[in-house]
Design a protein around this ligand. Structure first.
Ligand code: ASP
Length: 438
């Protein structure tokens, strides 16, 4: 029998109605054996996420405020779900334990983790699956980093004892037994670790969108959904600002070759996006997979005659950035020129000072700083060794009357980075989208 791990995000579990959808999805495929829930999220735009309410409650209690005043709305979120599902279940004992723990300074991580813990108890009761506390199968080391081998081993053992289970997302335990959470959105990581630990065929990540979009819907109207994307392409796109999945959720499944399927709880028949290892991702030559971009970069444009013959020139330039603890994004170079692209936010008023230091450290002829640059990454395994891709791309941008300030073809051949002025950002993304998907 196949093993599928299904993680459901906060919006998928925000109300009794959403819990019912989740149950229908799980029950419609008997291979969906391990279910990882988030805490209830927002029911509508101006609602609160239970995780945020728990943090606020804990902080209030820590400065002497009344527990019940802040916990009452959290309690109601859960009791409403239990009533809506007509479950014969009481969480009163759990609520009492939480109140006691809060008064004993149990820590913010413990507080936040109760969101998924309680969600998990309800979901397990509703599905009639065993409930496995994540503290018993997800482990952190003394430095607070995921102890992957220990967690995988515990999960493997758990899967031998339980054919089905609900394992809450977001938290695990430290070597001393205290509760620790991942960073926000971390249930994605739990799902990935569980998928790896139980040796799943697939990791389904159920959310409220039907997959990754080719580009940002705030820039292009109703962009298409990406059907298949490789882990590497995803990394390139996420780095440039595309988000759906927690970044750290990729590693555990990627190294084991387990694909991730992003699905929509509200539209379960949509196939969503498959994130796959490189070999599985069928290559359609001449196609691109996605477009992502960010505004607000600065470029240090460095010139020096005969730069290409000077050994150690780049090192001298980069040593200035290193000295000031500034990391750079790209480094396109010409024969006697070099550009260092930096996110403007990390410069904090130091651009001119850096330019001067570079000039003297590398005896450069000139160092000019250009601000207000946007970077756009055009990503696609179908671009590799495809003739005419760059021509199509740059012609589309030229036709839109946009001046390209910088080009950097990633050494992976998987992406081309284009720099344009911030005010051309939106038009550039639209021009590229229309050329390849219009
Ligand atoms: N509930 C946690 C959060 O809001 C973790 C998650 O949903 O993935 O960040």
């Amino acid at each position: 029998m196949q093993i599928k791990v299904a993680k459901f995000g906060g919006s998928s579990l925000s109300s009794a109605g959403q819990f019912k959808k989740v149950s229908d999805i799980v029950k419609s495929d008997k291979n969906r054996r391990y279910v990882v829930p988030s805490a209830p999220g927002k029911r509508s735009g101006n609602d609160d996420k239970v995780t945020d309410m728990l943090y606020a409650c804990y902080d209030a209690v820590a400065i002497g405020k009344d527990f019940e005043e802040f916990f009452a709305p959290i309690r109601k979120r859960y009791t409403d779900i239990i009533e809506g599902l007509k479950l014969d279940l009481s969480l009163e004992d759990e609520f009492a334990t939480i109140e006691k723990a809060f008064s004993e300074n149990c820590g913010r991580d413990y507080a936040a983790s109760r969101g998924e813990y309680l969600s998990g108890i309800i979901l397990a009761a509703y599905l009639d699956f065993p409930f496995i506390d994540a503290a018993k199968v997800i482990f952190f080391d003394v430095n607070g980093k995921l102890d992957a081998p220990h967690s995988y081993q515990a999960l493997t053992e758990m899967s031998h004892e339980n054919e089905y289970a609900v394992i809450p997302g977001f938290y695990g335990s430290m070597p001393d037994g205290t509760i620790k959470t991942f960073s926000r959105g971390g249930s994605d990581i739990t799902g990935s670790v569980v998928a790896r630990g139980v040796d799943a065929e697939i990791y389904e990540n159920w959310t409220d969108v039907s997959g990754f979009l080719v580009t940002d819907p705030r820039i292009v109207e109703e962009p298409q959904v990406i059907e298949t994307i490789t882990f590497k392409e995803l990394r390139e796109l996420s780095y440039m600002g595309a988000t759906v999945l927690h970044e750290d959720a990729i590693f555990p499944v990627r190294t084991a070759g387990i694909p991730i399927n992003i699905r929509n709880t509200n539209r379960p028949s949509d196939p969503g996006t498959m994130i796959v290892p490189p070999r599985v991702g069928e290559i359609r030559h001449g196609s691109i997979t996605g477009i992502a971009g960010k505004k607000g970069f600065s470029v240090f444009h460095i010139e020096k005659d005969m730069m290409n013959q000077e050994v150690g020139f780049t090192r001298k330039v980069l040593s200035v950035f290193e000295k000031h603890g500034i990391s750079f994004e790209h480094l396109p170079s010409g024969i006697d020129t070099m550009c260092i692209v930096v996110n403007s936010s990390v410069l904090s008023g130091r651009a001119d000072m850096l330019a001067k230091e570079i000039k003297s450290a590398a005896s450069a002829d000139s160092v000019e700083v250009i601000t207000g640059l946007s970077l756009i990454a055009v990503v696609g395994r179908g671009m590799v060794r495809s003739k005419g891709m760059a021509a199509r791309l740059f012609t589309a941008i030229a036709k839109a009357n946009i001046n390209i300030r910088m080009i950097d073809q990633g050494s992976s051949e998987l992406n081309i980075i284009i720099g344009v002025d911030d005010y051309d950002f939106k038009d550039t993304v639209n021009a590229i989208y229309n050329e390849f998907f219009g």
